[in-house]
Design a protein around this ligand. Structure first.
Ligand code: GDP
Length: 444
């Protein structure tokens, strides 16, 4: 994740401010240094880093914290606001009929992003279609078609046609029923005149409402000049940063955003069609700073719930957050988490769960491996309704009965109960911490 290290290093430095009634110039220097180090490591442009540092310094020292605000909260808020300013707004993407063209170099993740975006729009109730105009890369047609199938969206491509402009024209006609048409284009190893000329011709034909530039997060400062060239050719309205799962960088993309005066639209973090999220600056920075992002967590939970086929009336994550965490919840939770993606990513989105708190938990607290999950499932099948609702009633004799019924060792049953206990404790902490921190920060 971009600036992944920032959250933890900054939290440490900010924690030094705890209990202080005044912030010294030295404190601010330390914090700014920490931020600079993380940003530069993440390939953020030096000039941008300098500007951000100056703003933080000036504001932290010159502005008066409102009454009742601790120096730590005050500085955290300034850092948060300035970082939000640095990453910018999210690209405006109204949920309406539109055509979006994707541009970018070979391998940046365009084809994957086209399918991901199509899937994303479909979750918003729109009917998307992918138009594949990449006639250069031999595998592009098959890859795109297959991903469109996985995303369950319309697809148009023509492996026998050489001219991308013809494909674009025919694709637009063939996908008239779609609401959102996503036009994928060819890339090259580097930007050359031929590519620029081709993409300009496709643009003339398609007349997209938006052009998005797809950038690999690992791309360093060269993203800036590349973005400038695409900007000159077709104009860039937004940037999609891909492969955030594989790198702690991503700063090059910020330079591209700055260069094109555009914004970030989506973040890609994996190879499947669901590994995409809409860029939300405040949530993104909150997450970096370990403040969590409830909104995204809720979205993920909802999505995972859909995949699990559960009716929300039957199982409401809100109940869980209110402390009535039963073994049934845990079972649902395990299924849901399976659908949600890596647990540490999910945990990072929970307010108060990022960084520090995760470290305090025993290593195996969240280690719900497939094998354990299967065992847990079998064990829960041998429990009574009463036990599932209120696991505290399970004493030695009930444990023995459950072992006998499930054919699993006593140790496994105890593990399950322990896991349940830890998860409910964790949820209690979650309840206690996150919202307050976050709200305080937002309101001031
Ligand atoms: P294109 O040439 O720009 O169309 O790029 P592709 O969509 O074919 O992507 C190039 C490679 O990057 C493929 O192997 C993708 O599976 C992979 N890829 C794309 N997006 C992501 C991502 O967000 N995370 C990871 N880990 N891999 C990705």
């Amino acid at each position: 994740m971009v600036l992944d290290n920032l959250g933890s290093s900054l939290r440490g430095t900010l924690d030094n401010l705890r209990g202080k009634s005044r912030i010294s110039e030295e404190d601010i220097e330390d914090i700014v240094k920490e931020i600079q180090r993380s940003l530069l490591q993440a390939d953020v442009d030096v000039a941008l880093v300098q500007e951000l540092s100056n703003n933080i310094k000036t504001r932290a020292l010159d502005e008066e914290p409102p009454a009742g605000t601790t120096p730590r909260d005050w500085v955290l808020r300034i850092v948060y606001e300035e970082l939000v300013e640095l990453v910018g707004e999210s690209t405006d993407l109204p949920l309406e009929e539109q055509t979006i063209m994707l541009a970018g170099l070979y391998g940046s993740g365009k084809t994957t992003t086209a399918a991901k975006m199509a899937w994303w729009f479909s979750t918003k109730g729109l009917r998307p279609a992918i138009i594949q105009t990449d006639t250069d890369r031999p595998g592009a047609y098959d890859q795109s078609k297959e991903m469109a199938e996985r995303a369950e969206v319309d697809f148009y491509g023509d492996p026998d046609e050489d001219d991308p402009v013809t494909i674009a024209r025919e694709g637009l006609a063939a996908t008239e029923e779609a609401d959102v048409r996503i036009v994928d284009t060819a890339g090259r190893d580097g930007l050359n005149e031929e590519l620029i000329e081709q993409i300009e011709r496709i643009e003339d034909e398609v007349r997209p409402d938006r052009n998005l530039l797809v950038l690999d997060a690992a791309m360093g400062q060269s993203a800036k000049s590349q973005a400038a060239d695409f900007q000159d050719a077709i104009g860039i309205d937004g940037v999609v940063i891909t492969k955030l799962d594989g790198t702690a960088k991503g700063g090059g993309a910020l330079a591209a955003v700055d260069e094109t005066d555009s914004t970030i639209a989506f973040l890609g973090s994996g190879e499947t069609v669901k590994d995409i999220e809409r860029f939300e600056p405040s949530g993104f920075i909150s997450r970096l700073l370990g403040m969590g992002d409830l909104k995204q967590l809720t979205e993920r939970v909802e999505r995972a719930m859909e995949a699990t086929g559960e009716d929300e009336e039957d199982w409401d994550p809100e109940d869980m957050l209110e402390g009535q965490f039963t073994l049934k919840d845990m079972r649902k939770q395990m299924e849901t988490m399976n659908n949600m993606g890596p647990l540490d990513q999910v945990m990072d989105m929970i307010p108060g769960m990022g960084g520090g708190l995760m470290d305090q938990l025993p290593d195996d607290a969240m280690d719900v491996t497939q094998e354990r999950m299967r065992d847990f499932d079998v064990i829960m099948d041998s429990m009574t309704e009463e036990e599932l609702e209120n696991p505290r009633v399970i004493g030695q004799s009930r444990t023995e009965r459950i072992c006998h019924g499930s054919g699993k060792p006593e140790e496994r049953v105890r593990e399950l109960l322990e896991q349940h206990k830890q998860m409910s404790q964790m949820l209690k902490q979650f309840q206690g911490m996150g919202d307050g921190d976050m709200e305080r920060m937002m309101k001031q």
